[in-house]
Design a protein around this ligand. Structure first.
Ligand SMILES: NC(=O)c1ccc[n+]([C@@H]2O[C@H](COP(=O)([O-])OP(=O)(O)OC[C@H]3O[C@@H](n4cnc5c(N)ncnc54)[C@H](O)[C@@H]3O)[C@@H](O)[C@H]2O)c1
Length: 249
């Protein structure tokens, strides 16, 4: 049995994760941690009275780095779903995970469909000169662009060093209209409004053709297979993994 603690247990994702862990035959929910509600307030507090093998974190961008640092420094394995980590923070966590020989898996998106969208985008990147990403989320999302959009751009950038930003010199008459420039000059556009949960479209273009890859999450249950896959991996291995695609090849 894998003993799991969920940090952010009373949030939208945390509640789904607790239910998924309780339903999984090979896992037990050992602790609920959240700054709100009646569970433990911190991972440190939970560790004093509970025994667990893996922490799953779905909290908020401003807390995740500290939470992950605490876990790895104390030899606690962690699965990170919370988005908003900066590149240098991810690098530091990777080094710490290796140094402490403690498993850590960070995935900007646990939905298997979204991961396939990223993998297919990486394949398509080789064959098109232009590519832009539009991500659409609910209006409570605290970071922009989404971690999924950043990870998609990183994976596409591994396949192609530069994409064309347009095909002629451009003037932005309204600042920001062309979106933000990311890896390999891929433009990312973030839409925030009620009605969406999490969607992303990757648009490729070349002379005479466009190609779109789109994924829509309509229910948070879509993340649970990926979260459980990550927990099983981290419980067994002590490596550092960034992206669920590494477990889906
Ligand atoms: N990787 C993925 O597949 C994926 C999918 C959906 C959401 N997310 C990310 O997960 C995070 C949580 O999303 P949500 O929609 O559940 O948010 P939410 O606001 O509904 O829930 C966050 C919960 O974390 C708690 N919390 C905040 N700081 C804390 C701390 N320091 N310690 C303990 N608990 C703390 C809050 O009280 C709240 O209950 C966000 O960063 C979101 O972008 C990732």
């Amino acid at each position: 049995m894998i003993k799991v603690a969920v940090c952010g247990a009373y949030g939208k994702m945390g509640k789904e994760v607790c239910a998924a862990v309780e339903d999984a035959q090979d896992m037990t929910l050992a602790a609920k941690i959240d700054i709100q509600g009646d569970g433990y307030k911190t991972i440190e507090e939970a560790k004093k009275s509970c025994n667990f093998d893996v922490v799953i974190d779905f909290t908020q961008p401003k807390s995740i780095y500290e939470n992950a640092l605490y876990c790895l420094k104390n030899g606690i394995k962690i699965v990170v779903g919370t988005t908003g980590l900066k590149d240098e923070e991810i690098e530091n966590l990777k080094n710490l995970s290796n140094e402490k020989n403690t498993g850590c898996l960070i995935a900007p998106n646990f939905s298997t469909g979204a991961v396939l969208m990223m993998m297919f985008s990486q394949i398509a990147a080789k064959y098109f000169d232009n590519a832009e990403i539009i991500e659409l989320h609910h209006n409570q999302k605290k970071d922009a662009p989404s971690g999924t959009a950043i990870k998609t751009a990183q994976m596409m950038a591994q396949a192609k060093q530069t994409f064309k930003k347009g095909n002629c010199p451009e003037t932005e008459t309204i600042q920001g209209s062309r979106g933000g420039t990311s890896y390999s000059d891929i433009q990312i556009h973030s839409v925030r409004m009620p009605g969406f949960m999490a969607s992303q479209e990757v648009i490729f273009g070349s002379a005479g053709q466009t190609f779109k890859i789109r994924h829509d999450s309509t229910d948070r249950k879509c993340y649970m297979d990926g979260v459980l896959l990550a927990v099983r991996h981290v419980a067994k291995e002590n490596d550092f993994v960034y992206g669920l695609d590494n477990l889906m090849k």
